[in-house]
Write a protein that binds this ligand. Structure first.
Ligand SMILES: *Cc1c(COP(=O)(O)O)cnc(C)c1O
Length: 421
């Protein structure tokens, strides 16, 4: 096990400092080359699988330019809401390049997904009749499976038995039977049981559970599934001394499970819907130290807040922090790195060893490319930051501007009856 204490920056420290001299901090910076390489690595790992498709989980990084890059890399789009469907549509994803894995879904969102020809994963057996009534009988029926006590889940996603997602095994069989009786001929199976999982054995176990289920469905219902979607959840090393997931070994492990359970049946397509593994390591939140403060401990106050990246506050997640240009210096002081929200959990790091910080120091918060800006909010009147793309040729492109005060007030632009009265 290595004990790395640093993480690489997306470009040289000088270049990063020059960018931050031009672009007001905080901002997100994405590394296009890294994102493309991650998409290709996943395709390579599953090249053995029948009609393998990776549907990028749009919620991870819902930025059209990023989605476009992934579309160029052969990815589909995994959506869970109407705005995400519209984002996918506007990016050029069509038909079954889109899958719609939602829960507690309103009729109009099913209608939009259906109109786009998207693959719809139903989160409840009752949704079959609901969709039929409001939208019409779908041509392809897929359910999200929840194995309950048959799987353990993991920390972020929780235990399946307590999870709001998916249907029980009995309901799954009942759902397929009902759809079959109504003349549906195309079927799929979906589950998402782990999140940020780096243990290959656990990821393979999820796939195996679904493959065994598919074999049972074939035997008991005479349904030959068209696809099995094993979900997302492939983890990334947030901490510098964690190793990355060996995707080739993961692909091999899942291939073995597939051959052992489904090798005797006609090929069933394999889908994944990863977000984090594709964009997570390749997005950086760049922020500057505003003030340092020493009371009962040392604080470094930066110009980003948990409204820009809430994973540390929400999950107690570790995000590595680099001090740009000072990687060689001893990390001989411990800081809480804080934002400026009126919330004490507004911290990017607690008791983190860093070089001595001063006002104006440039910090990079690593691994913020997935579930980062996307989870942002406007609490305390914080305006959401810009997103920039570092191109493979070194050029920089603005792919989303920062919010302005006018954006903040835009939703108040209503006929103000109360103001007149
Ligand atoms: C969030 C989510 C994903 C993506 O998860 P990652 O951890 O980013 O890979 C995929 N599918 C569903 C249904 C999700 O809710």
């Amino acid at each position: 096990m290595s004990h790395a204490t640093t993480k690489p920056l997306p470009c040289s420290a000088q270049r990063l400092a020059a960018i931050a001299d031009e672009v007001p901090t905080p901002f997100y910076l994405y590394d296009e080359q890294g994102i493309r390489a991650a998409a290709r690595a996943l395709l390579a790992a599953f090249a053995w699988a029948p009609r393998y498709t990776q549907y990028f989980a749009v919620k991870a990084t819902p930025t059209p330019r990023i989605l476009q890059i992934l579309r160029e890399e052969g990815s589909g789009a995994d959506c869970s809401s109407l705005p995400e469907l519209r984002l996918a549509e506007r990016t050029g994803f069509v038909g079954e390049q889109i899958c719609f894995t939602s829960n507690n879904t309103p009729a109009d969102e099913f209608a939009a997904a259906h109109a786009l020809g998207a693959i719809i994963n139903l989160d409840d057996v009752g949704h079959l009749a609901f969709v039929q009534r409001h939208v019409g009988l779908p041509d392809l029926v897929s359910f999200r499976y929840n194995p309950g006590q048959l799987a353990t889940g993991n920390a972020i996603i929780g235990q399946p038995e307590r999870s709001k997602f998916g249907v029980t095994k009995a309901q799954l069989f009942e759902g397929y039977r009902m759809a079959q009786a109504q003349g549906v001929r195309r079927f799929g199976l979906h589950a998402m049981l782990v999140s940020n999982e780096r243990e290959i054995a656990n990821l393979v176990a999820t796939a195996r559970l679904l493959f065994e289920l598919a074999a049972e469905i074939a035997q008991r219902l005479k349904i030959q599934l068209e696809f099995i979607n094993i979900g997302g959840g492939i983890g990334i090393p947030y901490h510098p001394d964690e190793p990355p997931v060996d995707l080739a070994a993961l692909g091999d492990g899942i291939r073995r499970a597939y051959d052992e359970t489904l090798g005797h049946l006609p090929p069933i397509a394999l889908f994944t819907e990863c977000g984090r593994a594709i964009t997570g390591p390749h997005g950086y939140l760049v922020t500057r130290v505003r003030h340092v403060k020493a009371t009962y401990r040392h604080y470094a106050g930066v110009d980003a807040t948990m409204a820009d990246l809430m994973r540390p506050a929400l999950y107690d997640a570790y995000h590595h922090i680099s001090v740009v240009g000072r990687e060689q210096e001893a990390a001989d002081r411990r800081y809480d790195v804080t934002g400026s929200l009126c919330e004490n959990n507004d911290k990017f790091a607690v008791d983190r060893a860093l070089p001595r910080l001063e006002r104006g120091d440039l910090l990079v918060i690593h691994d913020a490319g997935a579930h980062g800006r996307a989870m942002g909010f406007n609490y305390n009147g914080k305006l959401r930051p810009a997103e920039l793309l570092l191109r493979p040729n070194g050029d920089l492109t603005l792919i989303r501007r920062a919010e302005t005060l006018a954006d903040y007030f835009a939703t108040l632009d209503v006929e103000a009856d109360f103001a007149r009265g």
